[in-house]
Design a protein around this ligand. Sequence first.
Ligand code: FAD
Length: 389
Amino acid sequence: MTAPFSFAPPALNPAAPGSPTLDVLIRGGGPVGMGLALALSRDGLRVGLLAAAPKKDTPPDVRTYALNAGSVALLGELRVWDALPEDARTAVHDMRIHGDGGGAIEFSAWQQGIGELAWIVDAAALEHALGEALRYAPHVQRLTQPVAASLTAVCEGKDSATRDALGAGFESFAYGHHGIAARLVSDTPHHGTAWQWFRHPDVLALLPFDRPQVDHGFGLVWSQPQAEAERLLALSDAEFEAALNEATGGAAGTLRLGSPRSAWPLRVGQAQRWCGPGWVLLGDTAHAVHPLAGQGLNLGLADVRALARVLVEARRTSPWKSLGDERTLRRYARERSTPTRAMSGLTDGLLHLFAQPSAPLKELRNHGMTLVHHLGPLKRWLTARALDA
Ligand SMILES: Cc1cc2nc3c(=O)[nH]c(=O)nc-3n(C[C@H](O)[C@H](O)[C@H](O)COP(=O)(O)OP(=O)(O)OC[C@H]3O[C@@H](n4cnc5c(N)ncnc54)[C@H](O)[C@@H]3O)c2cc1C
């Protein structure tokens, strides 16, 4: 559904007409909303952050995020990266991806001539560090009610109610899979190596991570059809560990659980409109991707960088224009919708490719992986794309 050009729901501008008190109202206090508040405050804009109150009895977030160089650079500029505890971020130096029929690709930071392929970060520690940085950020008000602003930035995640009220449209597809996350401890050092297995119907990733045990920890992301995910979650710790060790074949050592297990339903989606007069979408509100590529938050932080740049540029070149000017916002939307569609298409395509049971296709995809492994320039190109979503 496409909203009419002049659509501006009353909830977005509840104050009486006149000069808005804020430049930007940010709805949603997840990592993208907090990152945007910090970036805009650094650029001198007056920001209000409307975050949902934390739900009581929410279990701790056991996810680890793989962050690329672009995200790390932004978090560095926002003084969040250095505030993370040493053991809440671990560098990935090598990555081993296995297919379902002997195919494999290996990526190495050393071969690519870069410091690291990615960083693995504690999701809860990252949100905490962003929240702490906001406490000291100038020009940022924490809000419990919406306040009139020139621009409303919607960062409410993939189930955003404000996006739906705006009529922005969100074409989405539920995979019927859940992503199980947990922390693991191995009897073998991780050596900064990430592992991933592409199979049908599951995709399993082990991300080297120094929590809960330095040099021996991993973050698990295991995507499984919903019924199998529920079965795995219901197993005792020892039964789950046995299933996990069978699935990884001992490649990363013998693994045991270092945290409770949690699961997230997985879906892919993209907003039909990313902006309108006075509003703009960022992060999972605008695009949701499968976590197999570890790119959802990277895409969201790249949105933050792009929008902050576009707004600063607009203020410099046309200071008389409202920050909610739709033509300005379309520059941001054009810049960001292409790479997010490409990432979404790539992860979706990989999933479908590995979902095909036919024997010739199985052979082809595994040959393809091994071929890519031996093609230096293609590997470098793939690494560069993954390093900066
Ligand atoms: C298992 C798993 C593993 C992942 N691994 C990776 C990875 O390795 N690398 C990576 O880059 N990404 C990864 N992701 C994706 C990443 O989690 C998301 O892309 C990221 O959390 C999106 O951030 P966000 O701020 O846009 O949305 P969210 O994190 O969903 O935050 C939205 C916030 O808005 C709040 N909110 C909602 N509605 C309202 C409202 N009406 N008013 C006020 N506030 C509201 C919510 O409470 C929430 O705090 C993974 C995801 C999963 C499920």
